[in-house]
Design a protein around this ligand. Structure first.
Ligand code: COA
Length: 239
């Protein structure tokens, strides 16, 4: 029996590709099949010169992604094994290595891995019905897809620890205030706004977009003086 695809990957006009998380009946929960299919789609994004930017979204009315698939946790010999299986293909490393701009369009539930998926995108735009939360610690786990590292970098240590340790649910306006998303719009214009944002980015040369992404992400791992030297060095390559 062929399995329903958990990811839909399409190429659109103007150098845009769209990756849709596609398990609406399970609120797009992230499972091993989805991990493999995201890996395949991201490889296409990385290698296809026609693709200059990516939109990530969730299928269905109710969720961007309600986190890791809890049923897989139950079927593995232990939670630790269930989580290590997810690391067998380094989706997150691949995602972070791609220098093409990526925008996440977030509606409905965006929990756990949903936030992690959104966090590896460059820009996050939410609809006003979005609900966020990091439930892992309450389940006796910690995030496994970069949440403990990306959230402090995006939001600062205090806010990230607040979200990680309390697991509390928060709304789109709160996500905007925390800096997790940069825009909140009504649901009916979410996708349009995300595509417009991506197209605005794609008005710039690909080399400059890639250089800006690399300088920001690599620079964050360096002391300031080294990061400024990196900026100079990468800037020279564009001159
Ligand atoms: N893994 C697997 N299935 C999930 C899921 C997950 N993380 N989140 C939701 N689903 C499934 C439900 O099992 C249900 O399937 P069913 O219709 O076959 O019973 C379907 O999606 C709809 O979810 P349901 O719980 O009925 O909707 P709700 O409106 O009552 O609640 C949530 C929505 C998001 C609050 C609730 O589904 C939830 O808490 N999910 C788990 C979130 C979580 O802890 N994720 C992180 C794991 S580390």
């Amino acid at each position: 029996m062929t399995k329903e695809p958990t990811v839909i990957y399409e190429k659109r006009d103007g150098g845009v590709a769209v990756l849709t998380l596609n398990r609406p009946s399970a609120l797009n929960a992230f499972n091993v099949q989805m991990r493999d299919e995201i890996h395949e789609a991201l490889t296409a994004v990385r290698d296809d010169d026609d693709v200059r930017g990516l939109l990530v979204r969730g299928a269905g009315e109710r969720a961007f992604c309600a986190g890791a698939d809890l049923t897989e946790f139950g079927s593995a010999p232990s939670q630790a094994i269930a989580r290590s299986v997810r690391w067998e293909r380094d989706v997150w490393g691949l995602w972070l290595s791609i220098t093409k701009p990526m925008v996440a369009a977030i509606h409905g539930y965006c929990l756990g891995s949903g936030i992690e998926i959104a966090s590896v995108c460059d820009v996050r735009i939410a609809s006003d019905d979005a609900v966020f939360g990091m439930p892992e610690v309450g389940l006796g786990l910690i995030p496994a897809a970069g949440g403990t590292q990306l959230l402090p970098r995006l939001l600062g240590q205090g806010r990230a620890l607040d979200l990680l340790l309390t697991g509390h649910r928060f709304t789109a306006p709160e996500a905007l205030r925390y800096g997790l998303v940069s825009q909140v719009v009504s649901r009916d214009i979410l996708e349009r706004r995300a595509l417009d944002t991506l197209h605005t980015m794609l008005g710039a040369p690909s080399e400059a977009l890639a250089a800006a992404k690399r300088t920001v992400s690599d620079g964050l791992d360096l002391p300031l003086a080294a990061a400024l030297a990196l900026e100079r060095r990468i800037g020279m390559t564009l001159a």
